[in-house]
Design a protein around this ligand. Structure first.
Ligand code: FRU
Length: 497
């Protein structure tokens, strides 16, 4: 298999520089960039007995640059091992980036990657635009060779009135009859989002695209990283809309995430949503990908960052920047998407401590409850059923000048994350609120901490709140505060991969 000089250079660089980053300076069980910049998960797949995860990667700096595909594998979705970068922008048709895409196993046993090749072109008016088209590469789980017929889908293949500048992020799946389909994002010339579907008998020759749904300006602009799949008797469309306007506590300004649940008419190729929600209500979450595991679970991972929260970090270019969320198992109940950390995470739980009916009024700590790699299960309710508490707060990664907190106001049913005091030196968003209805007066929180992040799964995963926190590792305390009086049950584990 031929490997371009560009790819060889990247592989040497990441091997040398990635190994210089001490393990303790990375998240313990979240995949982080081997070195330099990471954004979207790509090519999430199960191939030859292992989970493969590729990612948008610019190894030479901690800011976004011409995209490569980084690569890692895992046997359990928790312990990841880096493999050499899989793709570099080394061809005329992808010279300005190998953007996001997905992976599939072909009948001959090889793995095919389908990704967006990007080329910057000067237009007649002098402006510079990115032409985006879809490309293939074939490989063995380690080395990939780009297809000589690339690009395989270009603007000619789009439905009418689609712009070639927002044609990206192919998500591939195999239908029951063995044919292939992809959905991609696409936009009208004024960037109204469309999801376009293409089909193929052999994954190489593709039909002309058909629009399965158009946004009509309801949720932001272009819907990046779409993924359309069946769950039970419903269909789910996950995507990440750019440039959202806020709506109540459901959608926030900026780049957001969207889950539509509805019906998909396969013969008409039309998706009709019945329910909509944000996928995650926190600060750092974008660009999801899912797979079905060999035992039939639908698992989602996402970039644990957001375009709106990345600018302005001034990091050493040879460190890592960007990490993925914990893999989350999805389910749909009563028209709502639920998420729960994969059960493999339970294998790395140690040192269980539990408390029941702890009376919290004012601020307190619990013996043994501290740390930055922990799994906490908490449930809270009013200590006196006749008198609802005002507010309940958990502070974590706390110490010295630092803390991040989750606080719940039962009267308005709002959960808030606040990482203003996490040690950030940037004027970016540090707070978010979400509507989290209590259930029979009780709120359940599962909180995962992994050095530089916090993921809260609320009420069995009906809502999630995700944020990263680049807090000094000396800040290890966890405290509980109630205004009014709360009765709390708590189970705590250390997470030791
Ligand atoms: C989403 C995204 C994708 C694109 C990639 C480029 O975060 O903008 O649409 O393929 O990132 O890195």
């Amino acid at each position: 298999m031929k490997t371009s000089d560009k790819l060889l250079k990247v592989r040497e660089y990441e091997e040398e520089m990635g190994n210089r980053i001490p393990k303790e300076d990375r998240p313990a069980f979240h995949l982080s960039s081997r070195v330099g910049w990471m954004n979207d998960p790509n090519g999430f797949s199960f191939y030859q007995g292992k989970y493969h995860l590729f990612y948008q990667y610019y190894p030479y700096n901690t800011v976004w640059g011409p995209c490569h595909w980084g690569h890692a594998v895992s046997e359990d979705l928790i312990h990841w091992e880096y493999l050499p970068a899989a793709l570099a922008p080394d061809e005329e048709y992808d010279a300005d980036g190998c953007f996001s895409g997905s992976a599939v196993t072909l009948p001959d046993g090889s793995q095919m990657l389908i990704y967006t090749g990007v080329v910057r072109k000067e237009l007649e008016d002098g402006g510079i635009r990115e032409i985006q088209h879809q490309c293939l590469a074939f490989g063995d789980g380690m080395h990939y060779e780009k297809y000589e017929g690339n690009p395989i889908l270009t603007k000619q293949d789009l439905p009418e009135d689609c712009s070639p500048y927002d044609f990206r992020d192919p998500s591939i799946s195999v239908a029951d009859d063995g044919t292939y389909q992809i959905v991609t994002c696409c936009g009208t010339p004024n960037r109204d989002a469309r999801i376009v579907r293409f089909t193929s008998p052999d994954a190489i020759n593709w039909s002309r695209g058909k629009t399965v749904i158009q946004n009509n300006e309801r949720f932001g602009k272009v819907w990046e990283c779409p993924d359309l799949f069946r769950m039970g008797d419903k269909w789910v469309l996950l995507c990440s809309p750019m440039d959202m306007l806020p709506e109540g506590f459901e959608y926030h300004n900026g780049n957001g995430t969207l889950c539509l649940i509805g019906d998909y008419d396969e013969s008409a190729e039309v998706f009709t949503p019945q329910h909509d929600q944000s996928i995650d209500y926190g600060i750092d979450f974008y660009a999801t990908q899912t797979i079905v595991t060999p035992d039939g679970r639908r698992i989602m991972m996402a970039w644990m960052q957001n375009w709106d929260t990345t600018p302005g970090y001034r990091l050493d270019p040879t460190t890592w920047f960007g990490q993925m969320t914990v893999p989350r198992e999805l389910s749909v109940r009563d028209g709502r998407l639920y998420q729960w950390p994969v059960r493999e995470l339970e294998e790395i739980r140690q040192n269980r401590i539990s408390f029941e009916n702890v009376y919290v009024s004012g601020e307190m700590e619990l013996e043994g409850v501290r740390g930055r790699m922990v799994d906490l299960e908490i449930s809270i309710r009013s200590a006196d059923p006749e008198q609802v508490y005002e507010k309940f707060t958990i502070k974590f990664a706390a110490g010295g000048r630092y803390y991040t907190m989750l606080s719940y106001h039962p009267r308005d049913q709002i959960m808030k994350i606040d990482r203003k005091f996490s040690g950030s030196r940037r004027a970016i968003i540090h707070q978010r609120r979400a509507l989290v209805p209590s259930q029979n007066g009780e709120i359940r929180i599962r909180l995962l901490l992994d050095r530089y992040s916090a993921e809260a799964f609320l009420n069995e995963g009906a809502q999630t709140i995700t944020a990263n926190l680049y807090t000094d590792m000396g800040a290890q305390r966890i405290t509980f505060t109630a205004q009014g009086a709360v009765s709390m049950d708590l189970v705590k584990y250390d997470l030791v991969p």
